[in-house]
Ligand binder design. Structure first.
Ligand code: ZN
Length: 287
């Protein structure tokens, strides 16, 4: 058993495993060949892969294994079924897939602005098959909104309904949630708790720690240029910050800017200057 006091846990976040993508979506699309190399590395280096819920249980019991790693995927794209599942099975790596519940069996309509609205999503039959193969299915809302800038009613509905829809479609409990883009707030966390989730993933691009907020677990986005050397660095936390416990001022400002862009800010005039500095905050965004 590893020391719990200093241990940091990499929770990896993948999106699409495919060879082609629009320019805007390309950062979130890793080639199948590189994904295979990533999983082979976890296997040969004797990492202990877990699903998010397995990780949460082990963490709560103070029994994290040596070299823990959590592999997660957001969105529920069909290329997971085609390219990632066979690799995960070959190396016996459990993982968690967060599915946009409103688009199962359809296409990634929320990615239309990135020119990727027609990427196929997994079907219910495929989701059942991956669940039977040891992949945990988590919820990723109904339609992939920025939960912290839509109305609270809409955010609550998106969260509650996605759990219900997935559980009905799969006849399985769905206990973990991932916030689209990682965006969350205190109110959003309470909606997740009210809906009955037992954990939720944010993004943060930071290492998780044993006392990380169970409803805002830090993950590290794996981008398309991540080769095995870079993955090796991420796994040991090299150049990756350790998650923060409290929301930073920077995150709050970034949310205000996004609300302003969507016309929901109560104090738009006070923020006008911030829009000019928007690029400074873009690196807080995930997908
Ligand atoms: Zn997503």
């Amino acid at each position: 058993m590893a020391s719990q006091t200093t241990q940091t846990i990499p929770i990896l976040l993948y999106h699409s495993i495919s060879d082609s993508a629009s320019e805007e979506f390309l950062p979130y699309s890793l080639s199948p060949a590189m994904f295979e190399q990533h999983m082979a590395y976890l296997h040969t280096e004797n990492f202990s892969p877990m699903t998010v819920s397995q990780f949460v249980i082990a963490r709560n019991q103070g029994q994290l294994p040596d070299k823990p790693v959590v592999v997660t995927f957001d969105d529920g794209l069909r290329d997971f079924y085609t390219y990632a599942l066979p690799v995960l099975q070959r190396y016996q790596i459990p993982a968690t897939m967060y599915v946009v519940a409103g688009y199962v069996g359809k296409t990634s309509l929320w990615l239309q602005p990135e020119g990727e609205g027609d990427r196929p999503m997994m079907t219910w039959a495929q989701l059942k098959e991956i669940a039977a193969a040891g992949i945990e299915i988590g919820a990723h809302t109904m339609s992939h909104p920025q939960l912290d800038v839509v109305s609270q009613h809409a955010a609550s509905e998106e969260i509650h309904e996605s759990k219900k829809r997935l559980e009905a479609g799969l006849s399985l409990p769905v206990t973990s949630l991932a916030y689209p883009h990682g965006y969350h707030s205190g109110a959003i966390i309470r909606f997740a708790q009210d809906a009955g989730f037992t954990s939720a993933c944010a993004v943060k691009n930071a290492m998780s720690v044993p006392d990380d907020d169970l409803f805002a677990l830090a993950r590290v986005t794996i981008f398309n240029d991540c080769d095995v050397d870079h993955l090796a660095d991420i796994l040991v936390g090299k150049d990756v910050p350790v998650t923060w416990q409290n929301e930073t001022v920077k995150t709050k400002i970034w949310r205000m800017v996004r609300r302003l862009k969507q016309g929901r800010s109560p104090i738009p005039l006070a923020l006008t200057g911030l829009v000019l500095t928007l690029p400074l905050f873009e690196n807080l965004a995930g997908s």
